[in-house]
Design a protein around this ligand. Structure first.
Ligand SMILES: *Cc1c(COP(=O)(O)O)cnc(C)c1O
Length: 499
């Protein structure tokens, strides 16, 4: 650094290349530096271009940096992230599978389509969306699908609102006040039911890891509006009594909701519709490989049996008699609009590309490999000294526990020092010190072996040196964080040092 270019504010020159003193972009700011200048029409001022009323009265407080500083800053940050492109990431219930790069190219073909374009000139993308709707209906065994919801939880809300509208239309809106969820349910299930105005009743998991059928039947009565389930359940276990469950629920007039966020275990092999479910949502950002994490954009299409189709959110895509695809606006029975336009179209196109690339046979293989990989890792974890909760043949995921006296949180942090991401921890709540592992079909045998070896190593390390375990991670840019504080009192914008 020459004398003419002083170290940017907040950065000690001698330390500025060290990884552990990585400054904020604001701290790299130096007045007058620019990453880019928009080409202005010669002689025209910004005011003339934009109009006075669009000009700010004071300059925005943005960092002033050169393009290279900007690129290095964000490239370095990007390299610090755990991501599926960089690391093993076996988060149970999240299905962190590889997102094929081919899908990016396919989505790119549609980047110039505009939602305000008229139908006739957008037949390409509308046909893709209509095909996806049809494919998802076939895969789930449902009669109609809406692609609108922008996340799994959003799809759940759509589904429960449709069930509510159905009961109201039959004059049973007042009577049906309750939604039943198993105690292992994903947190979004009871949250959705409660947002839609229902009381939630929890049913316990039995000793075999499946819903306790006797307790379930006892909870059923004509006040129940819906039962929310997933199968395989969040323990990764297939509910073998699902037909008895669906029969009992329907016998009291309740609707059966399928949380299809994780369809990986059964895609192409079994269908929620055939198990008796009336509504299902899917997370395309899990099973169908559209990118997820970082808060979106997600996609949570919702599918229904014919008796619920009148309540689907609008607008709907409809196949016209001449073969073209049209858009149908509001209708009186619908629960209304959930999102602008037709959903997250870029991601819907990616999911379509995935399904069409694999075909039905390919999807079946995905499910079988996902189940095989999870069972292989379950056995390897047991051999490495972990306890398996409900140790039986599982589906796409399973739940393990460390030996007595060892904390899951410590092991999870220790894994970071080995460059791998931990599994989902402390979920489901029904298992003490839960470690929920879902390797997915996209990991190779070598990767699974390496992950199992690391899991064995951290357990031995934690047993040998509990003190060091509690202090892990040791090699990451930040160590243990105040996670509660980060959630409850987040600092979301730069606060310049005072004075
Ligand atoms: C991920 C997940 C959800 C919620 O999906 P979001 O897109 O995060 O809203 C719901 N249920 C289950 C079982 C899940 O794994």
């Amino acid at each position: 650094m020459s004398a003419a270019t002083p170290a940017p504010r907040g950065v000690d020159a001698a330390d500025s290349f060290r990884d552990d003193s990585f400054p904020l972009i604001f701290e790299r700011s130096s007045p007058g530096r620019r990453a880019a200048r928009p080409p202005l029409v010669p002689g025209a001022s910004m005011a003339a271009l934009l109009g006075d009323e669009h000009l700010r009265s004071e300059a925005p407080r943005l960092p002033e940096v050169a393009e290279l500083d900007l690129v290095r800053h964000y490239t370095t940050l990007a390299h610090r992230q755990f991501s599926i492109d960089g690391n093993v990431y076996p988060l149970g219930s999240c299905t962190m599978k590889y997102n094929p790069k081919l899908h990016e190219a396919v989505a790119g073909y549609f980047q110039d389509v505009h939602p305000y374009q008229d139908e006739a000139s957008a037949q390409g993308v509308l046909t893709v969306l209509a095909e996806l709707q049809q494919d998802l209906a076939t895969i789930t065994g449902m009669d109609a699908v809406s692609l609108q919801p922008a996340a799994g939880a959003h799809g759940e809300l759509a589904g429960i609102l449709m069930i509510r509208a159905y009961h109201e239309a039959r004059g049973e809106g007042e009577q049906r006040r309750v939604v039943i969820c198993p105690d292992g349910a994903h947190g979004t299930n009871p949250a959705t039911a409660s947002m839609a105005g229902y009381d939630v009743v929890e049913v316990p998991t039995g000793p075999d890891g499946e819903v306790d059928l006797a307790a379930f039947e006892e909870a059923l009565n004509p006040q129940v509006a819906a039962v929310m389930l997933t199968n395989p359940n969040t323990l990764g276990i297939f509910e073998t009594r699902i037909l008895a469950i669906s029969e009992a629920a329907h016998a009291v007039g309740a609707q059966l909701y399928y949380d299809g966020a994780n369809l990986n275990a059964i895609v192409g092999l079994a269908r929620p519709g055939d198990m008796g479910f009336d509504v299902v949502h899917l997370n395309l950002h899990k099973t169908f490989t559209t990118p997820h994490g970082g808060g979106g954009p997600g996609t949570g299409p919702v599918g229904v049996k014919a008796h619920l189709a009148p309540y689907l959110p609008t607008p709907l895509l409809v196949q016209r008699e001449d073969g073209s695809v049209g858009i149908e606006g509001p209708r009186p029975t619908a629960i209304g609009r959930l999102r602008s336009f037709y959903g997250n179209v870029g991601n819907l196109v990616r999911a379509w590309a995935y399904i069409r690339t694999l075909g039905l046979e390919g999807l079946r293989r995905v499910a079988m490999m996902a189940v095989l990989n999870a069972n292989y890792l379950r056995v390897r974890m047991r051999e490495a000294g972990y306890t398996i909760a409900f140790d039986r043949v599982n589906m796409h995921e399973f739940v393990a526990q460390p030996p007595e006296g060892i904390r899951t949180l410590d092991l999870a942090k220790m894994l970071l020092d080995y460059g791998v991401h931990p599994m989902t921890v402390y979920f489901p709540l029904v298992v003490r010190e839960a470690m929920m592992v879902e390797p997915t079909e996209t990991e190779s045998l070598e990767t699974l072996d390496a992950y199992a070896a690391v899991l064995g190593q951290v357990l031995r390390d934690a047993q040998a040196d509990p003190e060091a375990a509690r202090a892990a991670p040791h090699s990451t840019p930040v160590r243990r964080l105040d996670e509660t504080g980060a959630a409850r009192r987040p600092v979301l914008r730069y606060q310049p040092p005072s004075g």
